[in-house]
Ligand binder design. Structure first.
Ligand code: FAD
Ligand code: NAD
Length: 462
C-alpha cells in the first residue's frame, strides 16, 4: 500500500475527468487522475468515437451498394463486399490512437494517472486497488467524474441476444435481424448503421414517435429516411420480454407482436454511475439519481465537485468537457461559474439533427413572444449538388428585439453547423446579424442566412 498526496484528485478519465485533469495540470495544479478502465471513458472507448466510426463505415458501404443498384450521376459499381473484422479493427485503431493521445496529454500536463478502481474513504481520500498494488490517495479537492452506464430493463436483462451499446459496437458480424428497443440517440444512430450494413432492423419505441425530445417537424426527415432504408419503427410500443424461442415480445396498439431477432439492442437511456465506489458514505445531496451540483459544479460537501454524466442531463461529452475545464480553473484559484447560454446537441442519425438553444415549444412554454422561420434544403443549391435535399434549418428569435433564442437543423452533414448555431446564441446575435453576414456560396450554411432573412420577411430564394 502506497500513500499519494496531491492538490486535485479526479476520479474517472472520461471527457469530463481527463479535460479537468489536463487543464489543471496546465495551470500548475498538482493533479492525480484515477481510471478503472481506459483513458477516454465511455465517449472515446465505447461511445461517441466508435459509434461514429461505425456510422461512417456503414455510410460508405451503403453508398457503394446504392451505386451497384442504380447509377446516380452516371456512376455505377459492382456489389460491394465488407470484411467486418477489418471494419472493427479500423474502428479499434482509431480508439487506441485516441487512448494514447489522452495518456500523452495527461503526461505532458504532468498529471499522474493511476490505473484501478477508486473507492471513496471520505471527502478527501480514496483507495485505489489495481493488479499492480493498492494506493491511498489524499487530496485537497476531489472531482467525481464517474460517468454513466446503460439502463437495463428488468424483463430484458443484458445477456445472450440482449445487448447494450457496448456490445453493439463490438459485434463480430452484422446481425441478419436486429431489434432495437428505444428509438432515441443510440438506438437510431446504431440501428441506422446496422441497416446500412445489411441488417433487417426494427425499432421499438415506447413514445408515440422517435426522438420524442424533439418536435415532429424536426424528426420527420429522419423518419422518412428510416422508412426508405427499410427500418420498421413500432411507436407507442412496449417491449415485454423474450419468448421461449428468444423472440422479442412487443405490445403494440394493434396487438402483441413476436419479433424474431438475432440481436436485441436495448437503448432506453443511461443512468449515472453513483454506486459501487463508496459514494453513499458521503451522504451527498442528490438530484434524483444524479449528484446535485451548484453553478460551480460543487456538491453539497466542501471541496468535493462532480462533473459530466454523473451530474445530469444533457449527458453529452462536450458538456462534461466544459464542466471539467471550469472546475480545473477553480482548482487553480480562479473565480468562475457556469454561465453558458446553450449546450448544442447533434444526433448523428441520417439525416443528422443539430440543435442549440430553445425549441419552439420551449420558447412558448417560457412565455416568450417569438418569430420563427425555416428554410428547406430543397431550395439550397449545395444540397442539390450533394443529392441531399431532405431537411431544413429553423430559427427562433425574440419578437421584440430579434435576439436568436434557438437554432435547429436537420440535414445530411449538418453536425458541422452546430458550432455556428452555438456561437450565435453564445454571442447574443440577432436575426439581422446573420441576415447581414455574407455566407459563402454554394454552402448548406446559406440556408441559415435564408431562414433568418425569411424570419425578417426578406427571403430571396423561396
Ligand atoms: P464517462 O465518459 O462515462 O467516463 C467515466 C469514466 O470514469 C469511465 O472511464 C469509468 O471507467 C471511470 N470510472 C467510473 N467509476 C470509477 C471509479 N470508481 N474509479 C476509477 N474510475 C472510474 N456524447 C456526445 O456528446 N456525442 C456523441 O456523439 C455521443 N455518442 C455516444 C454514443 C454512445 C454509444 C454512448 C454510450 C454515449 C455517447 N455519448 C455521446 C455520450 C458520452 O459518451 C457521455 O456523455 C460522456 O462520455 C460523459 O463523460 P463523463 O466524463 O461524464 O463520463
Ligand atoms: P435516449 O434518452 O436518447 O433514448 C431512449 C429512448 O428509449 C427514448 O426515446 C425513450 O422514449 C425510449 N424508451 C424508454 N423506455 C423504453 C421502453 N421500455 N421501451 C421502448 N422504448 C423506451 O437514450 P439513449 O439512446 O440510450 O442514449 C443515452 C444518452 O447518451 C442520450 O440521452 C445522450 O445524452 C447520449 N448520447 C448522445 C449521442 C450524441 O450526442 N449524438 C449519441 C448517443 C448517446
Amino acid at each position: 500500500m502506497t500513500d499519494i498526496s496531491c492538490k486535485l484528485l479526479v476520479i474517472g478519465a472520461g471527457p469530463g475527468g481527463y479535460v479537468c485533469a489536463i487543464r489543471a495540470g496546465q495551470l500548475g495544479v498538482d493533479t492525480v487522475i484515477v481510471e478503472a478502465a481506459k483513458p477516454g471513458g465511455t465517449c472515446l472507448n465505447i461511445g461517441c468515437i466508435p459509434s461514429k466510426a461505425l456510422i461512417h463505415a456503414a455510410d460508405e458501404f451503403h453508398r457503394l451498394h446504392e451505386f451497384s443498384e442504380k447509377a446516380p450521376m452516371g456512376i455505377s459499381a459492382s456489389a460491394p463486399a465488407i470484411d467486418f473484422d477489418q471494419t472493427l479493427a479500423w474502428k479499434d485503431q482509431i480508439v487506441s490512437r485516441l487512448n494514447s493521445g489522452v495518456s500523452g496529454l495527461l503526461k505532458k500536463a504532468k498529471v499522474r494517472l493511476v490505473s484501478g478502481q477508486a473507492t471513496v474513504l471520505d471527502g478527501k481520500s480514496v483507495r485505489v486497488d489495481s493488479p499492480e498494488g493498492s494506493h491511498t490517495i489524499h487530496a485537497e479537492m476531489v472531482v467525481f467524474a464517474t460517468g454513466s452506464t446503460p439502463v437495463e430493463l428488468p424483463m430484458l436483462p443484458f445477456a445472450g441476444p440482449v445487448i447494450s451499446s457496448t456490445e453493439a459496437l463490438a459485434l463480430t458480424e452484422v446481425p441478419k435481424r436486429l431489434a432495437v428497443v428505444g428509438g432515441g440517440y443510440i438506438g437510431l444512430e446504431l440501428g441506422t448503421a446496422y441497416a446500412k450494413l445489411g441488417a433487417q432492423v426494427t425499432v421499438v419505441e415506447a413514445s408515440t414517435r422517435i426522438l420524442p425530445q424533439y418536435d415532429k417537424e424536426l424528426t420527420a426527415p429522419v423518419s422518412a429516411r428510416l422508412s426508405a432504408l427499410g427500418i420498421e419503427v413500432l411507436a407507442d410500443a412496449k417491449a415485454m420480454g423474450l419468448s421461449a424461442q428468444n423472440e422479442l415480445l412487443v405490445e403494440t396498439k394493434a396487438g402483441q407482436r413476436a419479433l424474431a431477432a438475432d440481436k436485441i439492442l436495448v437503448t432506453v437511456g443511461r443512468r449515472p454511475r453513483t454506486t459501487g465506489w463508496g459514494l453513499e458514505k458521503l451522504s451527498l445531496t442528490m438530484d434524483g439519481p444524479f449528484i446535485k451540483i451548484d453553478s460551480t459544479c460543487r456538491t453539497s460537501m466542501s471541496g468535493v465537485y462532480a462533473i459530466g454524466d454523473v451530474t445530469g442531463e444533457p449527458m453529452l461529452a462536450h458538456r462534461a468537457m466544459a464542466q471539467g475545464e471550469m472546475v480545473a480553473e477553480i482548482a487553480a484559484g480562479h473565480r468562475t461559474e457556469w454561465d453558458r447560454r446553450c449546450i448544442p446537441a447533434v444526433c448523428f442519425t441520417d439525416p443528422e439533427i443539430a440543435t442549440a438553444g430553445l425549441l419552439p415549444a420551449e420558447a412558448a412554454a417560457a412565455g416568450i413572444e417569438t418569430v420563427s422561420a425555416s428554410f428547406p434544403f430543397q431550395a439550397n443549391g449545395r444540397a442539390m449538388t450533394t443529392e441531399r435535399e431532405d431537411g431544413f434549418i429553423r430559427v427562433i428569435a425574440r419578437a421584440d428585439n430579434h435576439l436568436l433564442l434557438g437554432l435547429q437543423g436537420v440535414g445530411a452533414g449538418i453536425s458541422e453547423l452546430s458550432a455556428a448555431f452555438a456561437l450565435l446564441i453564445e454571442t447574443g446575435a440577432r436575426l439581422e446579424d446573420v441576415a447581414g453576414t455574407i455566407h459563402a456560396h454554394p454552402t448548406q450554411s446559406e440556408a441559415l442566412q435564408e431562414a433568418c432573412l425569411r424570419a425578417l420577411g426578406k427571403a430571396i430564394h423561396v
